[in-house]
Design a protein around this ligand. Structure first.
Ligand code: SF4
Length: 240
């Protein structure tokens, strides 16, 4: 399930170049306009019986169509942290390209982190891995994963895998998509094997190079092809 407390975003790094998804309300409100959505308080809404509308034991992917750490959302984030704290029965998955804003965005009682928050730091190339991941690892976070998406080149994650639970890799999607080379994917997988970290090849992207041959991949087939390659490494726990 996805929960988008706000919508809108703007580009911050190379991986954003072909971002087609600035939020579900983007067309109506403007892609760069950051606005609260009508689902802002969704996790704590209750029905007439007083029960939460969203039952527990769920994973809520949060801000996958915007960025949790946008400065424009600073005014609302305190309320969102309070909702996350209230719903200890839900795992909140937060993916960000703005991990460097993490320290200015924390609630007073964060401590070493909330148990039900899993933060994913996105890195699309080596330069951003070398900038974002040392910061990511230095912050108090109980559950972390790295998302190499869209994967734009070979990346060596080896220095950063200690303290990370999981790595996800995906290619870029859309008409203008840049190539994702299977060799780069396998290299990251190998790094995960050596570090004992789980790995998920989420999707091939729209332009996938395999054995040196680049091929356009239909959007509906990208996840299935990635899965069919059979290279995922799971520990049996559900992440997404
Ligand atoms: S941070 Fe994410 S949502 Fe925002 S522009 Fe970049 S890719 Fe798009």
């Amino acid at each position: 399930m996805n929960w988008e407390p706000w919508t809108g975003c703007y580009k911050i790094s190379d991986g954003c170049t072909n971002c087609y998804f600035y939020g579900p309300y983007a067309k109506r409100c403007g892609q760069n306009t950051i606005l609260k959505t009508d689902k802002f308080d969704w996790p704590i809404r209750r029905n007439k019986k007083g029960e939460y509308n969203i039952k527990g034991d769920k994973i809520l992917a949060t801000c996958f169509a915007t960025d949790f750490f946008l400065p424009e959302a600073d005014q609302w984030r305190g309320e969102v942290w309070a909702m996350i704290r209230e719903r200890t029965d839900i795992d909140f998955l937060i993916l960000t390209k703005r991990i460097d804003r993490f320290p200015v965005s924390l609630p007073a009682d964060w401590g070493e982190g909330y148990d039900n928050v899993n933060i994913g730091c996105t890195v699309e190339n080596q330069a951003l891995a070398d900038y974002r991941l040392p910061l990511f690892l230095s912050y108090p976070i109980k559950r972390r994963f790295i998302a190499c998406a869209p994967l734009l080149e070979a990346i060596d994650l080896t220095p950063y895998l200690h303290g990370v639970d999981h790595v996800t890799v995906g290619g870029e999607t859309g008409r203008e998509a840049r190539v994702c080379d299977y060799e780069w994917v396998l290299q990251i997988r190998e790094q995960c094997v050596k570090a004992g970290v789980t790995f998920w090849f989420k999707n091939t992207g729209s332009l996938f190079r395999h054995d040196g041959i680049a091929e356009k991949i239909n959007p509906y087939k990208q996840t299935g092809i990635a899965k069919g390659l059979g290279i995922d490494i799971s520990d049996g726990k559900r992440l997404f």
